[in-house]
Write a protein that binds this ligand. Structure first.
Ligand SMILES: [Zn+2]
Ligand SMILES: [Zn+2]
Length: 89
C-alpha cells in the first residue's frame, strides 16, 4: 500500500519523510500542510503542534529500515508507515 502526500493532507496526518542516505535512515518531520518542521514541531501555518505518527518512505531501503524500526522498537510501536506513491504526472 502506497500513500500520497495529498492523501495525508486530506486526512490531516502530520508525517515524517524517510529516505535511505549514507547507509542510514534519514527522517524529516513535516506538517500535513507540507511545511517542514523545526525541533519544536510547531507549524506556524496551521497554528498547532504537530504529531508526526506516520512515516512515508521514499525508497525501498528506507521502507525496510522503517519496518524494522516500527516492529523492533517499542518507541515506534504506534507509528504507521507506507511507501510514497509516485506523484501523479
Ligand atoms: Zn501539523
Ligand atoms: Zn501546517
Amino acid at each position: 500500500m502506497a500513500m500520497t502526500l495529498e492523501e495525508l493532507k486530506s486526512r490531516k496526518r502530520d508525517y515524517f519523510l524517510a529516505r535511505h542516505e549514507n547507509d542510514e535512515l534519514a527522517m524529516e518531520p513535516f506538517c500535513y500542510c507540507g511545511n517542514v518542521l523545526e525541533a519544536d514541531y510547531y507549524c506556524k501555518e496551521c497554528d498547532h503542534k504537530c504529531m508526526c505518527t506516520f512515516i512515508v518512505c521514499m525508497d525501498p531501503q528506507a521502507l525496510a529500515m522503517v519496518e524494522n524500526l516500527v516492529h523492533g522498537n517499542s518507541d515506534f510501536a504506534k507509528f504507521e508507515f507506507s511507501a510514497l506513491a509516485d506523484a501523479p504526472g
